[in-house]
Design a protein around this ligand. Structure first.
Ligand SMILES: *[C@@H]1O[C@H](CO)[C@@H](O)[C@H](O)[C@H]1NC(C)=O
Ligand SMILES: *[C@@H]1O[C@H](CO)[C@@H](O)[C@H](O)[C@H]1NC(C)=O
Ligand SMILES: *[C@@H]1O[C@H](CO)[C@@H](O)[C@H](O)[C@H]1NC(C)=O
Ligand SMILES: *[C@@H]1O[C@H](CO)[C@@H](O)[C@H](O)[C@H]1NC(C)=O
Ligand SMILES: *[C@@H]1O[C@H](CO)[C@@H](O)[C@H](O)[C@H]1NC(C)=O
Length: 420
């Protein structure tokens, strides 16, 4: 009796352990594309035979296949393999030599696995690798030399790991100073200094890196080729120094959203001749110095939503090419009379303007709505459906532009609309 029960259980567990991955092969002009999916929910070991030993395979997707480990020979004899996607598995470690036979590899995605380290030499034969994605693992350090053989590497994603800036040593990039796109978001980069040796960074992402100030490493002279700098979701309170960004002479896009910025030096963006977009949403700005954005010749899009602004100065965008402006969710009760017309008179042609969810005086909002319609400016029209209260008014229905009006209407709005 006991024996029979034991056999039954044994055969069930055998069945579970045999869970599989199924691959679909597609011919793409003589080259093979493999799309693989797990057929069950249990863990898989990637062995030689599933995707290996195929002369014409150039692209393999093994995304979400419950892979926990990979045999050293799993990618044998794949001379044409260029793209390998191993993202969203449960790979904890990689055996030395596992990528040695795929010398044509140009893109490798290992994101969202459980890797805690990468053995030195793991990429020694992948000299064509240009894009490496290691996002969302548990890496806390990388050994100098790891990237030395990756002559073509230009895009590296290290975001959302357990790195700390002070543990990454510059020697790691000694032979890879020319990486173009580097993503470090979601790691503590407060004491980082390893970027000082980079000389060709074009895109740098430092979102959610626990930064309390704009870091010098992202704005130093060796960053002069930077086109995009993202510092969103940090703890930056103030940008006091007029020269903070002054060395980023080629920068086109700056993202400072989701910080706690209360102050920006009025000259902080001056002389950024290629700057097109600034994202300042979700900060604590209360005033805009009238000349902060003036004469940024290429400025095209400015996002100021979710701040505490009470005014948008009339001449704030003089000398720019502003087309898109958002200042919804601020503390604005009114704008200057004929705001849009005066802006156009100054040579600007706004295309899109978002201004909803401010404590508008109804009379002032009505003037603005008339202007946006007349001038065919697209706006956040979804709040004006006649069903949601959008503004407050006293008995006297005219747009008051005196200082005392602010306080009064903000209070009315907070009591009657914002609380809902
Ligand atoms: C694998 O899953 C993807 C997305 O879930 C689906 O598009 C594809 O058809 C599946 N392939 C196979 C071979 O089942
Ligand atoms: C890697 O895979 C993840 C998850 O599927 C995806 O979001 C990411 O864009 C991929 N990375 C690259 C560089 O293609
Ligand atoms: C700025 O970064 C935030 C957070 O990563 C993102 O949601 C937003 O789209 C970015 N802004 C721009 C203009 O790219
Ligand atoms: C701005 O709005 C907030 C509510 O979002 C309010 O608490 C605050 O008093 C207002 N500040 C000013 C200066 O009007
Ligand atoms: C809002 O504007 C869009 C784009 O101009 C338009 O297609 C849509 O009908 C408008 N919606 C309302 C409620 O007016």
């Amino acid at each position: 009796m006991n024996e029979i029960v034991w056999i039954a259980i044994w055969s069930i567990s055998f069945f579970i352990a045999k869970a599989e991955i199924k691959c679909q092969f597609e011919d793409d002009g003589g080259m093979m594309f493999h799309m693989c999916n797990a057929t069950g929910v249990s863990d898989n070991i990637l062995r030689r035979g599933l995707v290996s030993d195929k002369r014409k395979t150039f692209h393999i997707i093994l995304n979400q296949c419950n892979i926990v480990s990979i045999e050293q020979e799993a990618f044998y004899r794949l001379p044409a393999l260029a793209i390998l996607d191993l993202a969203e598995n449960k790979i904890e470690s990689l055996p030395i030599g596992v990528f040695d036979r795929i010398t044509s590899l140009s893109r490798l995605n290992l994101s969202y696995n459980l890797l805690t380290e990468l053995p030195l030499g793991i990429f020694n034969h992948n000299t064509d690798l240009s894009v490496l994605d290691l996002e969302g693992n548990r890496l806390h350090t990388l050994k100098p030399g790891l990237f030395d053989s990756l002559w073509r590497l230009y895009q590296l994603d290290l975001s959302h790991n357990l790195f700390t800036g002070k543990e990454i040593v510059p020697e790691l990039f000694e032979r890879k100073r020319d990486i173009s796109i580097l993503t470090l978001s979601g790691n503590d980069m407060t004491e980082a200094n390893f970027l000082s040796i980079m000389n060709n960074l074009n895109y740098l992402f430092l979102d959610g890196c626990s930064l309390k100030v704009v870091p010098k490493l992202a704005t130093a002279a060796n960053m002069k080729q930077l086109r995009q700098l993202s510092l969103a979701s940090n703890e930056i309170k103030s940008i006091d120094d007029a020269t903070t960004f002054s060395k980023l002479i080629d920068v086109m896009k700056l993202n400072l959203s989701r910080n706690q910025i209360v102050f920006i030096h009025k000259d902080a963006f001056k002389n950024l001749r290629y700057l097109e977009e600034i994202d300042l949403r979700y900060n604590k700005l209360t005033t805009l110095p009238v000349d902060m954005f003036q004469n940024i010749p290429k400025l095209y899009e400015l996002r100021l939503s979710y701040n505490l602004l009470t005014d948008i100065p009339l001449n704030a965008f003089f000398g720019t090419e502003l087309k898109r402006l958002s200042f919804d969710n601020n503390n604005i009760t009114h704008l200057h009379e004929n705001f849009l017309m005066k802006i156009e008179d100054a040579g600007l042609m706004l295309r899109i303007m978002h201004f909803g969810n401010n404590p508008w005086q109804c009379a002032c909002l009505r003037e603005l709505l008339r202007e946006v319609k007349e001038m065919e400016v697209l706006y956040d029209n979804d709040s004006y459906d006649g069903e949601h209260p959008v503004c407050v008014t006293t008995k006297d229905f005219y747009c008051r532009r005196d200082a005392a009006a602010h306080e009064q209407f903000i209070r009315m709005y907070n009591e009657n609309i914002r609380v809902r």
